[in-house]
Design a protein around this ligand. Structure first.
Ligand code: NDP
Ligand code: MG
Length: 381
């Protein structure tokens, strides 16, 4: 029985990871669960999965949690607590499913401690891929992608010689605003942006899908996971979200992974790799689907995507600036403090005034993140 720690257990990915575990009793023993503040949901998870340690990151919430959570479980808090859950000696595999750059340190520490990782937290690879990937190689750690596109690429590459890959075709649904022009996006609301056509996800990534920043982050994520140049990654709109991504090889063959939009599949594949086990749920019915559509992305309307390509090609601290500006802007948009199109505008502004530092260490990455937040709060949009 493999021992598992789930960082972000109360989120969209975290709860679906626990669903996979629930459907396959006896395969995994939950050692740690980590959340930010939702101790009520955590409480239910503790009662069902009996972890040894839980982290409630937020100190105030942790103090409240101590009054409610069973005293059989050790409660830790803050970044030290999160890292404890990422590195606990007995743990074999860590699910990295917290949202945002808060995942950077725990993911790095999990790799340093030699833990395999089922990685959903793309922000850690975007900002610190140059640290995480070489360290994983050195430590013999496997990083299994959970992001559906990257899982699809990982599946398409299974058993293939990576040197014969000619390009990666990263598919995107296009989000709720596909086909609209910039002027039509000026007044869209938070509620409009949260209506994703195909996937039910956490709020931050749902907004990222509406701006197509998510696809931009995924290009950078793919660069690190599959050790490839940004120029060899093609973004392609596939509105039905049936093709989760594809790989083209030197002989012209294209291998794709298809499926219903269900995150439990990539989560399960990451946890059971290389095995495929039964997953209950709907199957694709090609007769009913009838046809699949493809479109080129609109880089002008979805400026967040073009800026990501620029940030990824520039490298160094630029992806951190891109990501931090986006995280800050998305939080402001969700709070209804800025408009939808202010998100890419803020990212652009922060990128334009940044002097790149090459090969940054973790402290530099986090300092640049803080600097971006400070500049946004001082300068505004
Ligand atoms: P959610 O917002 O649904 O969940 C986030 C989780 O992280 C919650 O459990 C939250 O706890 C926890 N968390 C947030 N901050 C901290 C912190 N400081 N310390 C500990 N735990 C924390 O996000 P998603 O599940 O949608 O996304 C998670 C990651 O997976 C993101 O990086 C996203 O880009 C990626 N991803 C998600 C997909 C999806 O389908 N949802 C698809 C592909 C990638 P609390 O509940 O207490 O706030
Ligand atoms: Mg994705």
């Amino acid at each position: 029985m493999r021992k598992i720690s789930i960082l972000g257990s109360t989120g969209s990915i975290g709860t679906q990871a626990l669903e996979v575990l629930r459907d396959n009793p006896g395969d995994f023993k939950v050692e740690c669960l980590a959340v930010k503040s939702n101790y009520n949901k955590l409480n239910e998870q503790i009662r069902e999965f009996s972890p040894k340690i839980v982290c409630v990151y937020d100190e105030k919430a942790a103090n409240e949690a101590k009054k409610v959570l069973p005293d059989t479980v050790e409660i830790v808090t803050g970044m030290d607590g999160l890292i404890m859950c990422a590195t606990m000696e007995s743990v074999d595999i860590v699910v990295g499913a917290v949202v945002g750059m808060i995942g950077v340190r725990p993911v790095i520490e999990a790799v340093r401690a030699g833990k395999d990782i089922a990685l959903a937290n793309k922000e850690s690879l975007v900002t610190a891929g140059h640290i995480i990937m070489p360290m994983a190689k050195e430590k013999g750690v496997s990083i299994y992608p959970v992001d559906s596109e990257h899982s699809a690429i990982f599946q398409a590459l299974h058993g293939e010689n990576k040197r014969s890959v000619s390009k990666i075709i990263l598919t995107a649904s296009g989000g709720p605003f596909r086909g609209r022009k910039k002027t039509e996006l000026e007044k869209v609301t938070v509620e409009d942006a949260l209506k994703h056509p195909n996937w039910l996800m956490g709020k931050k990534i749902t907004i990222d899908s509406a701006t197509m920043v998510n696809k931009g982050l995924e290009v950078m994520e793919a660069k690190w996971l599959f050790d490839t140049d940004i120029d060899r990654i093609q973004v392609l709109i596939q509105p039905q979200s049936v093709i989760h991504s594809m790989v083209e090889f030197d002989d012209g063959a294209v291998i794709a992974q298809l499926g219903t939009p269900d995150m439990r599949l990539p989560i399960q594949y990451a946890l059971y790799y290389p095995d495929r086990i039964y997953l209950k749920g709907e199957r694709l019915d090609f007769g009913k689907i009838g046809h699949l559509d493809f479109e080129e992305p609109d880089y002008e309307t979805f400026e967040g995507l073009s800026l990501a390509l620029r940030a990824g090609k520039t490298g160094g601290t630029m992806p951190t600036v891109y990501n931090a500006a986006n995280e800050c802007a998305v939080a402001m948009f969700l709070d209804k403090k800025i408009a939808f199109l202010d998100i890419p505008a803020l990212i652009r502004k922060m990128m334009e005034n940044h002097t790149v530092i090459d090969n940054p260490d973790v402290d530099t990455i986090l300092a640049v993140e803080e600097e971006v937040y400070n500049r946004i709060s001082k300068e505004g949009i």
